[in-house]
Design a protein around this ligand. Structure first.
Ligand SMILES: Nc1nc2c(ncn2[C@@H]2O[C@H](COP(=O)(O)OP(=O)(O)OP(=O)(O)O)[C@@H](O)[C@H]2O)c(=O)[nH]1
Ligand SMILES: [Mg+2]
Length: 348
């Protein structure tokens, strides 16, 4: 059930030619900004690559282990072992079965080489991860309002610090709203980030109405001619009706101030939460009318394969990946670079 009736898709498709031209311009700008060949971007992607090492090891080392020689007969045993390895990456049974079935259809009873098997995996993953270039939808005039939502501890507040840094690097002025009034520590956490980043912040008393903080944040952003206004929210589950209603109220309040607001609703997903996290977040994403995903904690122990079911099951794009606890630790998502990080060998 969708709590929020406003359709993001609808508002985009109603765009005029002018809007479309503007959007292409923004897409080009965003693509230029995400260009993985830029030094800063490529160093971030090296770190994403580092975060994908465990998954890459499973794909490369474990699959190589089922090749007794350079070529391997494609029989039931080979296909079963390949399927088991693919599932270990957290990509989910469906894509793993699709890859297995494609290989069976092409090579059954014949010999497949290791690199040919990797090609099949690489191509399939690229198909799944492909998404249209998706810049942040900026407001045509006035501040762009971004609401950040997700389950407890998924990385919302840290991702807001990262987004602030990202937008400030583009010369944009950011105002933050601490609408997680549930815990004093949550407000404190965002205040610390705002001081470090030099961004204005709007807070409220503990347990005060989060919608009132959201309202004051948007008002401050308008007053101060800010470019971006990012509002933090308390962690919640889709099943917590009261909390979902509270989110609905935040939406209502914002859209009274700026009819298109919130321009973006970012869902923060914890990459370490695996398949359960994905299923849990799917209903939430639909209920809260999310427009984009930030995949956090893609460092250390994360199984990067989790992005595959995310792209398959969510109709919204993955916009950013987070790979650390500092404000610089955010990269714009790049499907080709990601697949390369999942599969290509480390260059010594
Ligand atoms: N390693 C790593 N840790 C992260 C990342 N993002 C967030 N964290 C850590 O995860 C923990 C939770 O992050 P928060 O940003 O507080 O998460 P939240 O969703 O705001 O949490 P609640 O407000 O309690 O719902 C903190 O210890 C963060 O430092 C990341 O990309 N990588
Ligand atoms: Mg938080």
């Amino acid at each position: 059930m969708a709590f929020f009736k406003r359709s993001k898709q609808g508002s985009t498709s109603a765009a005029t030619n002018d809007d479309t031209a503007k959007q292409s311009e923004q897409t080009a700008q965003s693509n230029a900004e995400s260009d993985a060949s830029k030094p800063e971007a490529s160093s971030l992607w090296n770190r994403v690559r580092h975060g994908l090492k465990k998954t890459r090891d499973v794909l490369r080392t474990d699959i190589r282990d089922i090749f007794k020689s350079e070529g391997q007969l494609v029989d039931d045993e080979f296909l079963n072992r390949l399927f088991a390895i693919l599932v270990k990456t957290d990509m989910g049974a469906r894509p793993a079965a699709e890859i297995r079935d494609n290989i069976e259809a092409k090579f059954s009873g014949r010999v497949i080489e290791f690199e040919q098997a990797l090609d099949e995996i690489r191509n399939h993953l690229k198909d799944i991860l492909a998404q249209p270039p998706q810049p942040v939808h900026f407001a045509e005039s006035g501040p762009t309002v971004i609401l950040v939502v997700g389950v407890n501890g998924s990385g919302k507040t840290t991702s807001i610090a990262k987004l602030t840094h990202f937008f400030q690097n583009q010369g944009k002025k950011v105002v933050l709203g601490a609408a997680d009034t549930f815990r004093a520590a949550a407000v404190e956490q965002l205040i610390i980030w705002s001081e470090r980043l030099g961004a204005e912040i709007v807070t409220g008393e503990a347990n005060s109405d989060p919608a009132s903080v959201a309202h004051r944040t948007v008002a401050t952003a308008i007053e101060q001619n800010a470019d971006i206004c990012i509002v933090d929210t308390a962690g919640r589950l889709q099943t917590q009706t009261n909390l979902m209603k509270q989110l609905e109220k935040i939406f209502r309040v914002m859209s009274k101030q700026i009819p298109e607001a919130p321009h973006e609703v970012f869902l923060v997903l914890d990459a370490t939460a695996g398949q359960n996290g994905v299923s849990q977040a799917k209903g939430f994403s639909e209920a809260a009318n999310c427009t984009g995903i930030i995949l956090s904690k893609l460092d250390g122990t994360a199984k990067g394969g989790v992005i595959i079911p995310i792209r398959q099951e969510f109709e919204i794009p993955v916009l950013f990946v987070g790979q650390g606890e500092q404000s610089e630790d955010l990269a714009q998502f790049d499907a080709d670079a990601f697949v390369s990080g999942l599969i290509e060998e480390d260059v010594a």
